[in-house]
Write a protein that binds this ligand. Structure first.
Ligand SMILES: Nc1ncnc2c1ncn2[C@@H]1O[C@H](COP(=O)(O)OP(=O)(O)O)[C@@H](O)[C@H]1O
Ligand SMILES: [Mg+2]
Length: 474
């Protein structure tokens, strides 16, 4: 297959002009990020990094990813309600991983008290790469599912218009018209609005729980604006604000600054550095409350790498989703090889295999946000060091996915315009709402394509490695 956009890819004057237009279009459309220097002010902002050109995505795999999203929603929701499964799966991990252990402590404490929350809202993003098989055929393989603070649904809703314009400027109107509509920010807001409505208090607000450092605020604002458009009030608070001003009444309704909170949408709280003692207390207060947490702590735990690995064991999906034969088949088809490093024969064998052949594996700790995984020589060294200690159980092993690279230009403020060898990762957003035992919404809510230069093994857009992209189906 001829590479996409080959006719213009090396035409320097044409590319240069297209890049100027692209950056201005991104600014006009609101594909924005605050600067590294001033991450908490909007006086001066940059465009969020993006590809000059859309990247090729095999249409069959794109459809497959959409087709399995509702199944993943069901699965995550089922795991979040299965205490026995979470307990058993995370038992070895929480012995050695303090962060997961602390989340787990809050989880059990809240269950012991009894849940006040009766409406549940899940917003997740299932990420995939296209693994090149021995015969060259690409296959859809899940990298992970993000069940907390899955981002870039807002900005990606605005990237499409930029790529459409670039293609038109390059004389490719027909191709421009083939780019698929995509608006995760609308889909996410729809879920939040439904949860707000079911909570049932007109005067209650939606609270975005945000980080201390808020570089990616515009991504969140896209979702906020959709809520304001529906006349739903949105407030932005940090853990610190919750600690200082949050309280529960007798019915465990959550109040902050005198305002009742219907929905807490976490864009924070997924890595250890988000927490000090006060923030853990704030987290506990939120979890104990009647407010709809997106996600509740059980759903956050359902998104751990350890759970992902356990799902790939024969029989696990059948136990979690009894009777859902077709869903299970669709889910399982996306799994790459995943391996436990728990102490025992199975873990010993996998550790030895990975040490002998590190380039075939990725070593993953229970962390989110990019830049935590280990590859190649580093993987070998770390595993060699911990292979006989319980510490190894804080990691899982995964087969390394090897996609076919393609060429593109990665546009980033203050960076030279050069062609890069790239690989892409496709994410599908999922949204669901459950009231008591009844699923009242279960949808896919749009997609996100992120592309990075092949020399980076790890990392997303926020980590400064990947950039926003738009799929061009082939
Ligand atoms: N099995 C894999 N094969 C190849 N690359 C991977 C694999 N797993 C992760 N990566 C790369 O590392 C990045 C981060 O891994 P991920 O599992 O998504 O962790 P995080 O929670 O930090 O985002 C991914 O975006 C992808 O680029
Ligand atoms: Mg990831």
């Amino acid at each position: 297959m001829a590479a996409l956009w080959e006719d213009v890819l090396y035409n320097e004057p044409v590319i240069r002009e297209a890049a100027l237009l692209a950056v201005d279009a991104a600014l006009l459309e609101g594909v924005l990020m605050r600067t590294e220097e001033e991450p908490n002010a909007s006086d001066v902002v940059n465009y969020a990094p993006f590809t000059l050109l859309p990247s090729a995505v095999p249409s069959a795999l794109f459809e497959q990813a959409y087709a399995v999203q509702q199944d993943f929603n069901l699965l995550v929701d089922a795991i979040s309600q299965n205490k026995e499964f979470l307990e058993r799966t995370l038992a070895s991990t929480i012995k050695v991983d303090d962060f997961t252990a602390q989340l787990f402590r809050i989880y059990t404490q809240v269950l012991e008290e009894g849940l006040a929350q009766s409406v549940f809202l899940g917003i997740n993003r299932s990420d995939y790469m296209f693994d090149r098989g021995v015969d060259g055929t690409p296959a859809l393989k899940q990298i992970e599912i993000n069940t907390i603070a899955a981002s870039f649904g807002g900005l990606t809703s605005r990237t499409l218009a930029v790529h459409r314009q670039v293609l038109k400027a390059l004389g490719k109107s027909e191709e421009a018209s083939r780019l698929l509509p995509n608006s995760p920010s609308k889909g996410l807001a729809l879920g939040i609005a439904k949860a707000w409505e079911l909570y049932g208090s007109q005067s209650a607000v939606v609270m975005f729980l945000v980080e201390e450092v808020q570089r990616n605020i515009f991504d969140q604002r896209c979702v906020e604006n959709e809520l304001w458009n529906r006349n739903i009030r949105v407030i932005r608070k940090r853990f610190r604000d919750v600690f200082e001003k949050g309280s529960l009444d007798d019915a465990r309704r959550l109040y902050i600054d005198g305002q009742e909170v219907a929905v807490v949408y976490y864009r924070e709280g997924y890595v250890p550095k988000n927490y000090d003692l006060q923030n853990w207390e704030a987290r506990l207060l939120l979890e104990r409350s009647r407010a709809v947490k997106c996600p509740d702590i059980a759903t956050q735990l359902a998104g751990t790498k350890k759970v992902q690995q356990e799902l790939s064991r024969p029989g696990t999906l059948e136990r979690l989703l009894p009777g859902h034969v077709e869903s299970i088949a669709r889910i399982r088809a996306t799994f790459a090889g995943l391996y436990s490093l728990d102490l025992g024969e199975e873990g010993d064998k996998m550790a030895a295999t990975a040490i002998a052949d590190p380039d075939w594996f990725v070593l993953k700790p229970q962390r989110e946000g990019g830049g935590n995984n280990l590859y190649g020589e580093e993987l070998r060294q770390v595993l060699e060091k911990i292979k006989d200690s319980p510490e190894r159980t804080s990691y899982i092993l995964m087969d390394k996915i090897k996609p076919q690279p393609s060429k593109n230009y990665l546009l980033r403020a203050h960076s030279p315009l050069t062609v890069s060898e790239c690989i892409s990762e496709l994410g599908i957003f999922g949204v669901y709402v459950r009231q008591g035992k009844e699923m009242v919404m279960n949808k896919s809510a749009g997609h996100l394509l992120r592309t990075k230069a092949v020399e980076h093994a790890d990392g997303g857009v926020a980590a400064g490695v990947a950039v926003l992209d738009t799929p061009y189906l082939v």
